[in-house]
Design a protein around this ligand. Structure first.
Ligand SMILES: CC(C)(COP(=O)(O)OP(=O)(O)OC[C@H]1O[C@@H](n2cnc3c(N)ncnc32)[C@H](O)[C@@H]1OP(=O)(O)O)[C@@H](O)C(=O)NCCC(=O)NCCS
Length: 194
């Protein structure tokens, strides 16, 4: 069943994010991810869709109608909570401070554009059409909000690049992000169906 993320599902989504997506947000840890997704529920331009069966989240995807300033908006929903959490994280893992600053000022975040932020399916359930269904639900939501195209960024090393190309995303450009090649895809909604 594809449904919008509810507060009670946040711990499962945070865990799945950490398991399937390696990047800064996962490095910041489960506690950070839980706060991130919980606060995102208060941001009207962001939404997360989950595939839920028997109370178990098999996959999820998050989208936003305007990426510009999103992280700031999320952090400001619980400023003191995030400050305390960041202090805890950076005291024990100082290396993450520089990476966090660089990531949160990453060029993609300065575009005023709609984005599919992230998508993950539990490993044992990959290859069964869940990613395609989640993507389809994203399109539905983007259409409802009058959006005609959106972007997706993915590290070049990820197999997910094959998925995005297969599903109809066009490679817009690639750039070097913290020493790694990052691809930026554009999906034009118009009349396409996935
Ligand atoms: C990428 C991901 C979300 C795809 O979800 P999924 O449920 O496994 O994908 P689906 O089974 O719905 O596949 C849909 C179609 O894409 C194709 N596909 C899936 N993964 C693919 C890949 N790596 N390369 C090429 N095609 C792929 C499938 O063959 C299928 O084709 P078909 O419908 O024409 O038969 C999932 O593999 C995943 O969670 N990966 C790890 C997390 C990740 O890297 N996320 C992206 C971060 S940017």
């Amino acid at each position: 069943m594809l449904i919008k993320l509810q507060d009670s599902d946040v711990p499962q989504v945070a865990r799945l994010h950490c398991q399937e997506l390696n990047g800064l947000l996962s490095e910041l840890g489960i506690e950070f991810l839980e706060k991130f997704y919980r606060c995102s529920l208060m941001i009207p331009e962001m939404w997360t869709i989950v595939e839920k069966r028997n109370d178990h989240i098999l996959g999820f995807t998050s989208c936003v109608t305007n990426i510009n300033g999103l992280n700031k908006k999320i952090i400001f929903k619980d400023l003191w909570g995030f400050i305390i959490l960041f202090l805890k994280i950076f005291i024990t893992q100082p290396k993450l401070l520089v990476k966090t600053v660089k990531t949160f000022t990453y060029p993609g975040f300065s575009h005023d554009s709609p984005e599919l932020l992230t998508m993950a399916v539990e490993k044992k359930h990959q290859g069964k059409g869940i990613g395609r269904n989640l993507f389809g639900k994203c399109l539905e939501e983007f259409r409802k909000r009058g959006i005609k195209s959106f972007r997706i960024s993915a590290y070049d090393r990820l197999p997910a690049n094959g998925f995005y190309k297969h599903i109809g995303c066009g490679l817009e450009n690639s750039f070097n992000f913290l020493g790694e090649k990052m691809n930026y895809y554009l999906y034009k909604i118009e009349d396409k169906n996935v």
